[in-house]
Design a protein around this ligand. Structure first.
Ligand code: C5P
Length: 235
């Protein structure tokens, strides 16, 4: 078992609005860029043999500042440029990892800085039991509505068996590399997560419990809440 980590951070973060600090992964929460918090988790994780961070070419300087604010990763850290979609950015990271011949990979959104170590433990356990694809997820608690074009409720959707997908999504490395390359070769570039590429390739995806606090920072209010959470010393 040897594990690589791909952290994707090449998005423009447009849903959070434009901001002087740059895209949302570089916004400061608890006094440091979001991605510095995310990096720390994996630098601290003893199984991470290599950490590949995928950034936008325009963000070199922002990333260097963020890296300096994170725990030192030494020569375990590699930086590579991403592509126009998340899927293309992940593949850029996987291509770099291919040289390391790792057996497994964790793929993480930079904008999820609150991964609990327990999620990583559950993932390792699932690997030990032979899983090739592991997805942390939370059972949907809200009642779900589908809207019509006028903003009215068209129907209520049963939440039975529905889960919200989180990251890190973790895989047997050769399996996900092949699935990603096949997806790209088929012309698809719009998969929004990696588990869906595994599903598309016919790989069974094993669900493990995610974390209630493992939120994705998407909107301005998410960043404000994350900052408050850290400023008040909450875990
Ligand atoms: O856009 P979305 O919220 O799905 O982005 C999730 C993660 O994927 C973010 O960390 C973002 O920086 C990253 N991403 C990327 N390359 C893109 C688009 C998104 O690395 N082209």
């Amino acid at each position: 078992f040897s594990c690589g980590v791909v952290i994707v951070a090449a998005g423009r973060g447009e849903r959070a609005g434009s901001h002087a600090e740059g895209p949302k992964q570089y916004r400061r929460i608890g006094g440091r860029p979001v991605i510095s918090h995310t990096l720390d988790l994996f630098v601290n994780w003893p199984h991470a043999r290599r950490i590949v961070v995928v950034i936008h070419p325009d963000d070199e300087a922002l990333f260097e500042t963020a890296r300096a604010a994170a725990l030192p990763a030494g020569d375990r850290l590699t930086v590579v440029h991403g592509g126009p979609t998340r899927q293309q950015s992940v593949l850029a990271g996987l291509d770099v990892l291919a040289a390391d011949a790792v057996s497994h990979v964790l793929i993480q959104d930079a904008v999820r800085p609150f991964v609990e170590p327990a999620i990583l433990e559950r993932t390792l356990t699932a690997f030990q039991h032979g899983a090739r694809a592991v997805l942390p997820a939370i059972a949907v608690a809200d009642t779900l509505k589908r809207a019509d074009a006028n903003g009215n409720v068209a129907e209520t959707v049963s939440r039975s068996g529905l889960f919200a997908a989180q990251t890190p999504q973790s895989f047997h490395f050769p399996t996900i590399l092949e699935a990603h390359r096949r997806a790209a070769a088929s012309g698809r570039t719009d998969f929004t997560d990696d588990a869906s590429i595994a599903e598309w390739a016919g790989v069974r995806v094993h669900l493990v419990e995610g974390g209630a606090g493992n939120v994705k920072l998407t909107l301005q209010k998410d960043i404000a809440m994350a900052d408050q959470r850290l400023s008040h010393g909450l875990p």
